[in-house]
Design a protein around this ligand. Structure first.
Ligand code: RIB
Ligand code: CA
Length: 322
């Protein structure tokens, strides 16, 4: 049976790719999307979540709007310099047909966990505010989730929003501390692996050759993301693969090396958002999480390519986009 997942997300160009990858993966049953601020404001990320479920006609997948700011620290700059003002590379697509649920994202998560105890995986691709709120409202959530897979953090590598912090953790460090400490089974898919899965310009071109609705959409939104990677990292048209790598972890965990370690999240000061790993098991009383440290990048890239370029099995609406 397919694994039920809720994707908590701040789309976002790499979120878009991750969501489309999950929707094209028969091993996963996407039962809902929950939006969060991050790469853009909550208004923008919620609209984008709706657009993404609608792209291949998955109108039945609900979208619940979530938090518009971090739990404690003030809302900082959203990531439009990486993803565009519209979160989709300044392509400004038409508005979605659907609307978000009236239920808050945290409430949606709790209802799903109670309805399917032990069955639902939470895949977090943005700041962890909605998940932290859900588990703070009801501690039982930690026993009801099947697992929590997080794109976020940096264990033994540099940060991407500060010298030590990864953006999703930095954007709400208190939420991250709650989620890492809640005691549910967590996997951290951080920069240690996502920066090693590199999509080269040749890879992107090969993907675009498929000429399907998803790859045409990616062709439109990705140049902005490529420009950011070039300006900041000198990557000459190549990009890191953050959020899709977290989906790949769900599909092919054998491609990852992920030892169980404790992770402390720094919530203040210069190192705010740093995920500090207890490499030698010296800190007592902290839950262990799986920390992805190694990845077979080629296998992950092949997996993503295969899924996005093969004809989709359950595309509900094949009519071309306007
Ligand atoms: O640091 C990378 C993460 O921050 C990704 O989830 C990206 O979409 C942004 O949210
Ligand atoms: Ca994201």
């Amino acid at each position: 049976m397919a694994e039920k997942i809720i994707i908590d997300t701040d789309p976002g160009i790499d979120d878009a790719m991750a969501i489309l990858l999950a929707l094209r993966s028969p091993e996963l049953d996407v039962i809902g999307l929950t939006s969060v601020f991050g790469n853009a404001t909550i208004e923008v990320t919620t609209q984008n979540a709706l657009r993404l479920v609608e792209l291949e006609g998955h109108y039945g997948i609900p979208v619940a709007r979530g938090c518009d700011r971090p739990l404690v620290v003030p809302l900082g700059e959203v990531g439009t310099y990486v993803h565009g003002e519209d979160g989709l590379g300044n392509t400004f697509p038409p508005p979605p047909k659907g609307k978000p649920l009236s239920l808050h994202a945290a409430q949606f998560i709790l209802e799903a966990l109670r309805r399917f105890p032990g069955e639902v995986t939470l895949l977090a691709l943005g700041p962890l505010t909605n998940l932290a709120l859900a588990v703070s409202l009801d501690r039982e959530a930690a026993t009801l989730a099947r697992r929590v897979v997080i794109m976020g953090g940096a264990a033994a590598t540099r940060g991407n929003i500060s010298p030590v912090a990864e953006a999703n953790i930095y954007n709400d460090p208190h939420a991250a501390a709650i989620v890492f400490g809640a005691g549910w089974p967590v996997t951290m898919v951080g920069l240690d692996v996502t920066t090693r899965v590199v999509m080269t310009p040749e890879y992107w071109e090969r993907l675009y050759q498929a000429g399907n609705r998803v790859t045409d959409f990616l062709r439109a939104i990705t140049p902005f993301y490529q420009r950011f990677h070039d300006q900041f990292y000198g990557m000459k048209g190549a990009t890191h693969t953050h959020d899709p790598t977290a989906v790949a972890y769900l599909l092919a965990p054998e491609c990852f090396e992920a030892p169980e370690l404790s992770v402390y999240v720094e919530t203040q000061g210069r190192c705010m958002g740093q995920t500090v790993v207890d490499w030698y098991g010296q800190w007592e009383g902290m839950p262990r999480v799986k920390v992805c440290l190694g990845v077979d990048a080629e296998a992950v890239l092949d997996l993503i390519y295969d899924r996005l370029t093969k004809p989709a099995e359950d595309v509900e609406d094949e009519t071309p986009l306007d």
